[in-house]
Structure formats: structure tokens, C-alpha cells
Design a protein around this ligand. Structure first.
Ligand code: ADP
Ligand code: ADP
Length: 229
């Protein structure tokens, strides 16, 4: 299942400055909803609330009908996979980085996830800047390759819910298209919340929600929104 619902969610980091003012939307099971809007609109705040980094001051967020306020943060993290804007790698091999969060995975599973994300050729390598053995150089990963590590990690984890928070916005447009394809494959069949600042990167979403100053300014499919504009 994994239906995610925001019901009249209100949130402010500081009382005098409301960030979300009554946000309601549903991500149906296996579907993709995209949140777009200018920087500062409150998009990332939505994902922080979904992970319970903060609690809403009004309304509620449910997963399969259960208010997440009563769900352990660990269980939420297990159920939700996240591909952030920039992936910070840990001081260990790429394989370790893929395995992060699912330590019980077998070598074969790690290799398969790395293959699907197309990083299997450097699974044993250490990223640049870390403690590499004397005489060896760390591997310098591009932004796109780092995103592939995050994608492999998500494939291995296999969560029912996925949050993609500006996952391609730090990439050049050619790499962006490649990574977008990989993300589309991972999100297929998963309940997915995409956060983006441009409408053009979320063409395939089942619903697009345009956030502006903490409210939903517009919502609809890509075609419908273009028709209105
Ligand atoms: P977006 O992701 O749409 O760019 P954010 O959700 O990151 O927007 O931020 C929405 C607003 O909340 C911004 O005005 C930002 O400055 C403010 N904000 C974000 N994080 C905090 C915080 N930890 N404390 C106070 N204000 C914050
Ligand atoms: P982004 O969403 O761009 O990845 P952040 O979520 O860290 O980055 O921050 C979003 C915006 O919120 C930025 O403009 C940042 O300056 C602002 N912000 C982050 N933390 C705070 C904070 N504690 N107080 C006020 N503004 C904040």
C-alpha cells in the first residue's frame, strides 16, 4: 500500500513566521506526486515533516491511514528511501556506501544494486579524500556518480516510499537526464514524493502541486498546468 497523506498541515519553525499554511494532498500507492515552487516555498520542510524531523503544529500526516506522530522515527526511515540533492559519502568503499542502512544484504545483492545503478565497476574503490592506503589514490566521483551511489543504496533498501529532494538539481543537464532515467526506474511502482524547483523536471508525475508561500497555488497534471499558464 503505502498511501501518504498530508491533511491540512500547518508548520512554522518560529511562531511568527508560518512556513506551511494548510497543506493537503495524497500520494496514492505506487504513484508519484511532485512538489514544485520557488526556493523558500517550504518544499524541503514537507519532507522533513514526513521523516518527523519536526512535528506539524496543525493537521496531520498519515501513512496507510496511521498518523506518523505515533510511528517511531526508525520505522519511518526504514519505510522511506531518500535521494537528496547532494550525496555525502562515508569514509569507506563504494560498496559499503551502497550497503549503508541495510547491513544484512548479501554481496550479491549489493553487486546487483550497484549494477542497476551502473556503478559496479568501482564498487571496491574508496572515494577521494579519504584514508586510502599509502601509494593509492582515492576515486574522484562526479556529482552524477555520487547520485548513482544514493540510487544503488535505495535500490538495495527497497523502501515502499521514496522521497527525491532536488535529486538532480546539482547536475549538468546531460547528467541530469541520465540520472532522471535511473530515478524513474527506481520510483516505478513506489509511492514517490518528488521535490523540484522546475516544472520541466517532473513531467511524468501523476500530480504536480505548486507551492507558494506555504500554500498550494495550483495543482494538476503537467499538461493541465501548462494549459492554465
Ligand atoms: P524550499 O525547500 O522550498 O526551498 P524550505 O522548506 O527549505 O524551502 O524552507 C522554507 C522556509 O523555511 C524558508 O524561508 C527557510 O528560510 C525557512 N527555514 C528552513 N529551515 C529552517 C529552520 N531550520 N529554521 C528556521 N527557518 C527555516
Ligand atoms: P536546501 O533546501 O536548499 O537544500 P536547507 O534546507 O538547508 O537547504 O535550507 C533552505 C533554506 O532555509 C535556505 O535558504 C537556508 O538559508 C534556510 N535555513 C536553513 N536553516 C535555517 C535556520 N536554522 N534558520 C533560518 N533559515 C534557515
Amino acid at each position: 500500500d503505502a498511501v501518504v497523506r498530508f491533511e491540512d498541515v500547518h508548520f512554522a519553525y518560529v511562531p511568527e513566521r508560518p512556513i506551511l499554511r494548510g497543506i493537503s494532498f495524497t500520494v496514492p500507492a505506487g504513484r508519484t506526486v511532485a512538489i514544485v515552487g520557488p526556493s523558500g516555498a517550504g518544499k524541503s520542510t514537507l519532507s522533513r515533516l514526513l521523516f518527523r524531523f519536526y512535528e506539524p503544529q496543525g493537521g496531520r500526516i498519515t501513512v496507510d491511514g496511521q498518523d506518523i506522530a505515533s510511528v517511531q522515527q526508525d520505522s519511518l526511515r526504514a519505510a522511506i528511501g531518500m535521494v537528496p540533492q547532494d550525496t555525502v559519502l562515508f569514509n569507506d568503499t563504494i560498496g559499503y556506501n551502497v550497503r549503508y542502512g541495510r547491513w544484512e544484504a548479501s554481496e550479491e545483492e549489493v553487486r546487483e544494486a550497484a549494477r542497476l545503478a551502473q556503478i559496479d565497476r568501482f564498487i571496491a574503490a574508496l572515494p577521494e579524500g579519504y584514508d586510502t592506503p599509502v601509494g593509492e589514490r582515492g576515486l574522484k566521483l562526479s556529482g552524477g556518480e555520487k547520485q548513482r551511489v544514493a540510487i544503488a543504496r535505495t535500490i538495495l533498501k527497497g523502501p515502499p516510499i521514496l522521497v527525491l529532494d532536488e535529486a538532480t538539481s546539482a547536475l549538468d543537464s546531460f547528467t541530469e537526464r541520465e540520472i532522471q532515467d535511473a530515478l524513474d526506474r527506481v520510483s516505478r511502482g513506489r509511492t514517490t514524493l518528488v521535490i523540484a524547483h522546475r516544472l520541466s523536471t517532473v513531467v511524468g508525475a501523476d500530480e504536480i502541486i505548486v507551492l507558494d508561500q506555504g500554500r498550494i497555488a495550483e495543482r494538476g497534471t503537467h499538461l493541465a498546468l501548462l494549459g492554465q499558464g
